[in-house]
Design a protein around this ligand. Structure first.
Ligand SMILES: [Zn+2]
Length: 389
């Protein structure tokens, strides 16, 4: 059985299905009885299991050094996030550890998280920088992220998130954005270290005006943009992302009607990150009903990061999206395949089982697709196929 995601609102389920590939590309996907005569060098009988597109985790910060579970313990004991930050914790701790780590240390730490995702059916992962916040340290993070795609059978897309937060040694956010646009971005673009540029537009991140400057600089270098938007307050981040034709606007808990309408018009994907919502015990749910009503494609990702979403299971993210955000099973599964591919600008390449696309598959020991969303902490992956193998 296979889910081909033949149209936007259904999984395109096929009973008794067949997926055929040549040189890593799908040459047929559909019912066995409709298949043309194919000379197959190798035939694999999946014995009634379900085949889906390989999972696409379209928003992660998985390259970092240093564990922050001690902060988790402190918070459980009643210490506030502000107190932790004042004592040098929070994102500053991760920046310090990431800057101090060698390439090899950073790679080893990141591979542990990547391997957990691959074991859960991920075949494409997006990885952001943003824990370096200096030219050298950002480049180190971007290079390590790229290298993971050479060390494992996975498609890695890299986003430059220099505009994540103000570096601890820099008191002037505008001066930092100046340096980011005039010194960091040209190197990142020139050395092709990133596939997109991301920013954190928030009261604790950067203002819409600063974000606008980063996006204009990205456009000048021909790089598409993405945005952490309206997570903790409504700064009109969704509309800003739409104005720049962003691939995606991510979080969106506080996005208003006008932002959502703008996202719909721009064809921008809304990326839901229920792991961060859960872990930080937020109460403002993203406006799923309005996103749905406007037909904004919704993706779901782990947001894997040490501070607000230490999550490496895309299936657990789906369960959270269903239970916390009331997304349907179909929305959840499209959110980690078809729409997640689109959030990375890879809609023509990945995310559905269609002729011409990369033959990246996940094969599951399940009775029905809903099992992938329903089960908490289970991993029914039978096998992962990457580029036809
Ligand atoms: Zn994020």
């Amino acid at each position: 059985m296979a889910t081909t995601a033949g149209d936007a609102d259904s999984l395109g389920e096929v009973a008794d299905g067949l997926v055929a590939s040549r040189a890593g590309r799908i040459v047929f996907a559909g019912p066995v009885k409709a298949a043309p005569a194919l000379e197959a060098a190798k035939v694999v009988d999946c014995a009634g299991r379900w085949i889906t597109p390989g999972l696409v985790d379209c928003h992660t910060h998985l390259v970092y050094a240093g564990d922050r579970s001690h902060e988790f313990e402190l918070r459980l004991a009643g210490t506030s996030y502000e107190e932790i930050a004042r004592a040098g914790g929070g994102i500053a701790f991760t920046v310090g550890r990431t800057r101090a780590a060698s390439d090899a240390e950073l790679r080893a730490a990141s591979l542990r998280r990547l391997d957990a995702m691959l074991a859960a059916g991920v075949t494409t992962v997006e990885i952001k920088s943003g824990y370096g916040l200096s030219l050298d340290a950002e480049i180190k993070q971007l290079r390590v992220a790229r290298s993971l795609g050479e060390l494992r059978r996975v498609n890695v897309r890299v986003s430059f998130l220099g505009a994540h937060t103000r570096p601890p040694e820099c008191a002037d956010a505008d001066a930092y954005i100046d340096a980011l646009c005039s010194e960091m971005l040209p190197v990142v673009a020139g050395q092709r270290l990133a596939d997109a540029v991301d920013a954190f537009c928030e009261s604790i991140g950067f203002t819409p005006a600063q974000t606008r400057r980063v996006f204009s600089a990205a456009a000048a270098h021909g790089l598409p943009v993405k945005l952490h938007a309206d997570q903790l307050s409504n700064l009109g981040g969704g509309a800003l992302a739409a104005e720049f034709g962003a691939l995606s606007a991510d979080h969106l808990e506080y996005a208003d009607e006008s932002s959502i309408a703008a996202l719909a018009r721009a064809g921008c994907v809304a990326v839901m990150l229920p792991g961060a919502f859960y872990f930080t015990r937020q109460t403002q749910r993203p406006p799923i009903d309005r996103l749905r009503a406007h037909g904004v494609p919704m993706a779901i990702a782990t947001d894997c990061n040490p501070g607000t979403s230490p999550l490496t299971s895309p299936l657990l993210a789906l369960n959270m999206a269903a239970t916390l955000f009331r997304m349907t099973v179909c929305e959840c599964l499209l959110g980690v395949t078809r729409h997640a591919a689109r959030a990375l600008g890879l809609a023509d390449e990945l995310g559905t089982l269609e002729v011409g696309k990369a033959c990246d598959l996940a094969i599951w020991d399940i009775e029905r697709p809903a099992e992938l969303v329903c089960a908490i902490g289970a991993n029914p992956l039978h096998a992962r196929v990457w580029r036809g193998e």
